[in-house]
Write a protein that binds this ligand. Structure first.
Ligand code: RIB
Length: 295
């Protein structure tokens, strides 16, 4: 049985507006379309983990009066036993996606910033230590407490430093096993630490570089996988898909090269579809895609 991944992660309602071009300061644009979709880096990652055959335990919070989001989470096959109902409204994101598939996102934390310390203990009660993982991102509160209790329980900690928050990165960097960043976050982390990207001192470093592929660094060894060429319609959630898919394989002991290849394929397929969570492919779709590739 593969490791569990306790993901203390954001759950958002994504309000997605398709625009021809991004609005300039002071400009008013008419959107070509609008969709209300499930999103949030945390839940996107949990869905990617599950669809890649991993075992996510999602810990989060939504607004107490928000049955839509709770039902959405369930409909993606994610157990809501550890999703609390907060007195704050569900977190949400306003997302513009342009004709090139690029996005601009503004998030409002809401219930994601209202995780309670008791949720940590309750979630960890589901198992007695072991080779499990904890995953955190910068869209919820309590990160320091979660990481401290994860270490006490003997779990490995993966940290997705997104959106980039310098103080939190500085606080957690010496207490994690895996740091997952995109190219910009890697540069910001390196600048914060006063080192080169190649010198960021964490046991495992995963850097996603969009169409320029991804790399995994650990103890002086560097694995690289190029991106598969696809026509992107919406890149929202591609990084979440990559990390969740990679971690599903990594946590069950798959070879790094295999995990990188799978995650590259999952995120390549994900960007060919609109939306974040809804666009994440399942394992059969990824394996079928991989059979057609020669890298
Ligand atoms: O990474 C994409 C996600 O970022 C979106 O789903 C949005 O909710 C924000 O959290």
């Amino acid at each position: 049985m593969s490791a569990m991944i306790f993901n203390f992660g954001s759950i958002n309602v994504d309000h997605v507006y398709r625009v021809t071009d991004m609005p300039l300061p002071g400009e008013t644009l008419t959107a070509g379309s609008y969709q209300k979709l499930l999103g949030g880096k945390g839940i996107n990652q949990s869905i990617a983990i599950a669809r890649a055959g991993g075992r996510p335990v999602h810990v989060g919070a939504v607004g107490g009066d928000d049955s839509w989001t709770m039902a959405q989470v369930k409909s993606f096959g994610i157990d809501t036993a550890n999703v609390a109902q907060s007195k704050h409204p569900t977190g949400h994101a306003v997302i513009y996606v342009d004709d090139a598939g690029e996005n601009q996102i503004v998030i409002y934390g809401g219930a994601n910033q209202d995780l309670q310390p008791a949720q940590i203990e309750r979630a960890f009660k589901a198992c007695d230590g072991g080779d499990h993982w904890v995953l955190v991102q910068n869209e919820t509160n309590l990160l320091s407490d979660i990481v401290a209790q994860a270490r006490t329980a003997g779990f490995k900690v993966a940290y997705s430093a997104a959106p980039f928050v310098a103080d939190t990165v500085a606080e957690l960097i010496d207490r994690i096993d895996l740091l997952a960043v995109n190219e910009i976050e890697a540069q910001e982390t390196a600048r914060l630490l006063g080192v080169d990207v190649s010198e960021i001192a964490v046991p495992e470093l995963l850097i996603t570089r969009g169409s320029r592929g991804a790399e995994f660094r650990s103890h002086g060894t560097v694995h690289h996988h190029p991106a598969f060429e696809v026509d992107a319609v919406d890149t929202t959630g591609a990084g979440d898909t990559f990390l969740g898919s990679f971690l599903a394989g990594h946590s069950r002991g798959d070879e790094i090269g295999r995990s990188l290849r799978y995650a590259s394929a999952a995120s390549a397929l994900q960007v060919t579809r609109p939306g974040a969570a809804a666009a994440i492919p399942d394992r059969d779709q990824v394996e079928t895609f991989l059979k057609q590739q020669d890298i």
